[in-house]
Design a binder for this molecule. Sequence first.
Ligand code: ATP
Ligand code: FE2
Length: 327
Amino acid sequence: MSSAVLGIESTAHTAGVGIVSPEGKILADRKATFTPPEGSGIHPREAAQHHVAALPGLVRDVLADAQLAPDELALVAYARGPGLGPCLRTGATAARALAHTHGLPLLGVNHCVAHLEIGLLEGATDPVLLYLSGGNTQVIGYAHGRYRVFGETLDIGIGNMLDKFGREVGLEFPGGPKLEALAAGPELEPLPYSVKGMDMAFSGLLTAALRKFADGMELSRLAYAIQETAFAMACEVAERALAHTGKTELVLGGGVACNARLREMAKTMTRERDVACFAPSKALCVDNGVMIAWLGHVMQAGGYEIQSQDDRVDQRFRTDMAEVTWR
Ligand code: ATP
Ligand code: FE2
């Protein structure tokens, strides 16, 4: 018995399957990402169909990579939310089939908490998580038995804002990395900077940037301004969370945390505050099965007792709904 854990991620675009050892060694990490047809956004059912086709092969491949037979696993974990209903159900079905076929325990975990806990594998102990992805923009930290959302977007996710802007100006999906490559300063065009208390908003920035593009402003200059403005907003909220909680570690997570400029801004802010900054590898920042497997392991090892709701997906499974009994 190896007591490795297999994790399945399928909350949105990415079908990911990973295997970790109890010591936190990544034994396998594979993913397949659904790309919507040019010019359109993600259709949950199309993405789910992609995952249905991809998951059996991914599961087979990670087991081969890790040189494990399914019945050597200690647990099958999957992301039970938050996310798109059809996509979540696909991952849950795959996880259930694998677990039941081989008599393994099954545990549905919170996707956002998984982004944070994977930062603990990087060495953090009690961090603030700056979680910036397509659908999610949150600043999260542990307090009194739960992971609390200290601040979040009031409208669209930061990655969705980048992708929507990219789509409107003719860039291929996903727009985030393309805008990063195009961004050129140093002249900073002013765009709406919207931080309200601990929350942020990005749709005003998107509208203003699109208007400037329509008026003929160069894409490189706009890409630069969008990044500087949006990332400064996120870093401001993260900094305030660090100041209020007295925590001394920041973890970056989510696909937008792959961005080099965001990492640089976060490093500058944390250095000035004497806070340690953990920026996991890009493969662990984007949605992946490894973080789901790792959270499953951490919960199981921490004595978490599997409950009936852990076998059900929940599209609106908020970060602060999960009772943290394993810390
Ligand atoms: P979630 O379910 O957590 O919301 P997601 O489906 O958005 O996840 P992720 O892989 O976490 O998936 O993030 C994808 C987002 O990350 C896209 O919006 C993409 O544009 C953005 N992104 C990826 N790389 C970069 C980059 N280098 N710079 C900016 N944005 C990036
Ligand atoms: Fe994510």
